[in-house]
Every structure is written in C-alpha cells, then in structure tokens.
Design a protein around this ligand. Structure first.
Ligand SMILES: [Cu+2]
Length: 173
C-alpha cells in the first residue's frame, strides 16, 4: 500500500509536468503559426499591386495601353495598315472632315500634315483629352478605344487654326 501511495505521489508531479509541457508546446505552436504564417501573408499581399501590368489592347497600329494611349513615332505612310483611319491636315482643314467608328472597339488614327506648319489634332470631349496627334510635315498615329455612341468634334489646337476651318467630327455608332 505504501508503495502504491508513493507511486501515486510520484505520478502526480509527473502528470502536472506533462500538462505544463503540453501548455508550453501549445503556446509555442500558436506563436510559431502567428510568427511564420501571418507575416508571410502580409508580405505577399502588396506584391500583386506592385507588379500590376497596364491593360493593353490590339489596334490596327499595334498594341497600346488602354488607360494611357500614346502618339506613335513618325510613320511611313505606305506601311500604314488599311484598317487605320487616315486623316490629312493643312491650312484648308482636315480630310476627311468626318469618319465613323464602332463604339468600344480599338481604333487607330493617323494624321499627315500636308504643309510644313505644326498641327495638333485634339478632341473637344474631355473623355478623349489623352488623344492627341501633333505633326509638322510628318505622319503620326494613335490608338484608343472608341467611346460611347455619339458625335465627337475634333480640331487643330494651334491658335487660330480651328477658326479657319481645321475641325471635323468623329461619329461613333
Ligand atoms: Cu492646324
């Protein structure tokens, strides 16, 4: 009997010890999860936004950034694809003065100046403020997504040019 009591007495501190060890292991385990897993998730989160690539579309003049259309370098007129809407400009105005495109489709415009003066094609609509082609005896182009259905007035922004007839209308249908 005394031997059994001694054994129980010996056991009790042992089982307490096991419980304490188990609690310590549990705390260490939870801390490890918080330390190793949580910060990693936080580090991963900003990565996609930092490497986000601009959304592009394909137009007759090639790939372009939808949110940031840019005027091309000077182009060789003979190499411009057929699907491109080609305008000319001189002191007597744009030619053609009107053209039609389809809404929400990628389109390309080129502008060729027939004289040596500078001409800059711009649109009245603030939605199209990024669409500009500046030429001086050259041909340049720009690609963009055609806006909603409607008529959009374009003009030459060199002072005095609009007043002498350098203006036209882009019909979007
Ligand atoms: Cu002009």
């Amino acid at each position: 009997m005394t031997d059994l009591k001694l054994q129980i007495l010996k056991l009790k501190p042992n089982s307490k010890g096991v419980l304490i060890i188990a609690i310590i292991l549990l705390i260490v385990g939870i801390n490890s999860i918080i330390y190793f897993v949580w910060p990693k998730e936080k580090e991963i989160q900003p990565v996609p936004s930092a490497t986000e690539e601009p959304v592009t579309a394909l137009a007759p003049l090639g790939e372009f950034e939808i949110e940031n259309p840019k005027m091309t370098i000077p182009l060789v007129k003979a190499e411009i694809p057929e699907e491109v809407i080609q305008l000319t400009i001189s002191s007597s105005g744009f030619e053609p003065k009107e053209f039609t495109v389809k809404s929400n489709q990628p389109i390309s415009l080129t502008l060729t100046s027939l004289d040596t003066g500078t001409h800059i094609l711009k649109f009245d609509n603030p939605e199209l403020e990024k669409i500009q082609i500046a030429v001086a005896g050259t041909t340049r182009g720009i690609s963009f997504i055609a806006p909603e259905v409607g008529d959009y007035v374009f003009y030459c922004s060199i002072p005095g040019h609009r007043e002498t007839g350098e203006a036209g209308i882009m019909h979007v249908e």
